[in-house]
Design a binder for this molecule. Sequence first.
Ligand code: SF4
Length: 254
Amino acid sequence: MLNLSNVQHFSVGDGDGIRTTVFLKGCNLRCPWCHNPENLCKEPTVLHYRSTGKTELFGRRVSAEELLTELLEDRDFYEESGGGVTFSGGEAMLQANALVPVVKALKDGNVSTLIDTAGCVPYALFELLNPYVSGYLFDFKTADAEKYKSIGGDLDLVTANICRLLSDDVAVLIRIPLIPDFNCDSGSVQAICLHLQRLGVKRVELIPFHRLGSAKYEAMGLEYAYKNKEPLKADEIEKTEAVYRNYFAVKTER
Ligand code: SF4
């Protein structure tokens, strides 16, 4: 069974074309800026919005067959737009075993699949999925091992997994969140560029931090550590992008 929080139809941005994004519950990292707090734990999560009185429940267990039926409803849109299905989270890779029959059946049906991951899992889990998926959207957060540790991650593991994926000729798009006071100062940007260049990365996508998750924290009765953090201004994003362009082909989410 798969443990999902949400299936978002007609989504754009997490890969090419029109996509269905499946958000899986559970994450092994704890990034303080995370904008999907409802996906962090494996247990069902209730969000209660005081302003509207609306209550939402995130968390349901579905079989591979049930999920496939839902995903294939949008097949015509995938075909017409060059889209497909993206598995996100949380950390989608934590459910790699349960995902195998889903991505295999989608591949058999000529539907492209992408996995959005922070990559802090054993490579054996990637090996389960590599034969069937079209590629990975691989978040890289910092080249500083201590900072990775501070969010529950492991720079060595992330680095090794990127290397293995590249050497196994699997499509990997490195995505870097631009997080104020974490990885956007010039030293951090330079260190990330050099680190990824050494691994042979050619293309990155930059994802500027936003505070759209604030309301969810409030609805969960949690304090959002980034509630008052200012997102980067347009000129700061451009400056950062310009540095990345010295090393890579760059696309920035706007
Ligand atoms: S890895 Fe992604 S889902 Fe997990 S805590 Fe960090 S931002 Fe949130």
